[in-house]
Write a protein that binds this ligand. Structure first.
Ligand SMILES: [Zn+2]
Ligand SMILES: [Zn+2]
Length: 261
């Protein structure tokens, strides 16, 4: 008969928790945690940002949200008449019905978006998706419960080069807090040249017919939350939204991290 009595499950749990916190403490000692934006060391959050940088982003999001055009997400003065969009988008067919962004593409959000372009920073995406869900929770709460989250797909060649699709990773970060399903009816059938330095009309031309949506009867009448990292002229999201609507989607709302000015 063994003299050692088997450990109870609660004792095993306490030992496992103790061991995990020891490992964490050693890890913190060898690789001290630093905030990605301000470089502050330490902190208990273990996300990429310290509490004050995170609060700063949420403050910027609150200011931007209060003065953004509901149609194209451009930051506009608080006294503008935005009923049919802002002066930039009024009268233009955008392809999508509404857009919301965490904040303008500037300062620390610009820094985070640039990091997100590299696969080694893919771990940031779910965290930023979560932040977007928190910052725009009142707008997201108005979505029908059967809304699909659809990330803007990359052309397979670009995806191969980059190693991952940041829009997909952001969508994952939004899916859990919003409790909405991710589906991918879209395919990017045209490899578009880099669009960053092109004029709006050239972007529109380049993006025409860039996406196709798989025929799917369950798309009929559906609301779609189309997710991407940055909204610039709206040509990419507009083309994706048009393809979704052609396949039966009723309403497309764009959600991005950053809106360029
Ligand atoms: Zn910080
Ligand atoms: Zn607008």
């Amino acid at each position: 008969m063994s003299l050692m009595r088997p450990l109870s499950s609660s004792m095993r749990r306490i030992l496992a928790q103790g061991l995990a916190s020891c490992v964490r403490a050693v890890d913190d000692l060898v690789f001290p945690w630093t905030c990605l934006l301000c470089g502050t060391e330490g902190g208990a959050l273990h996300g990429p940002l310290c509490a004050s940088c995170r609060a700063g982003l949420l403050d910027a999001a609150a200011v931007a949200g209060a003065s953004a055009c509901p149609r194209c997400a451009l930051p506009i003065g608080p006294y503008a008449d935005l009923r049919r969009g802002c002066a930039e988008c009024r009268g233009h067919s955008l392809g999508f019905d509404a857009a919301l962004a965490l904040a303008p593409y500037a300062e620390s959000l610009r820094d985070l978006c640039l990091r997100l372009k590299h696969e080694r920073n893919a771990w940031l995406a779910p965290w930023l998706g979560n932040l977007l869900a928190e910052a725009r929770q009142s707008e997201f709460a108005r979505l029908p419960r059967d809304t699909w989250i659809v990330p803007v797909p990359l052309h397979w060649r670009r995806r191969l080069q980059r190693g991952y699709n940041q829009a997909e990773a952001l969508a994952k970060g939004l899916s859990r807090p919003l409790d909405l399903r991710i589906r991918q009816p879209l395919r990017r059938i045209k490899a578009t040249d880099r669009l960053a330095h092109k004029a709006a009309s050239d972007r529109m031309d380049a993006m025409r017919q860039a996406f196709r949506a798989r025929p799917d009867p369950s798309l009929n009448g559906r609301t779609i939350l189309l997710v991407d990292d940055i909204l610039t002229t709206g040509a990419t999201c507009g083309a994706a939204a048009r393809a979704l609507k052609q396949a039966g989607a009723k309403r497309v709302i764009v959600a991005v991290l950053a809106r360029t000015l």
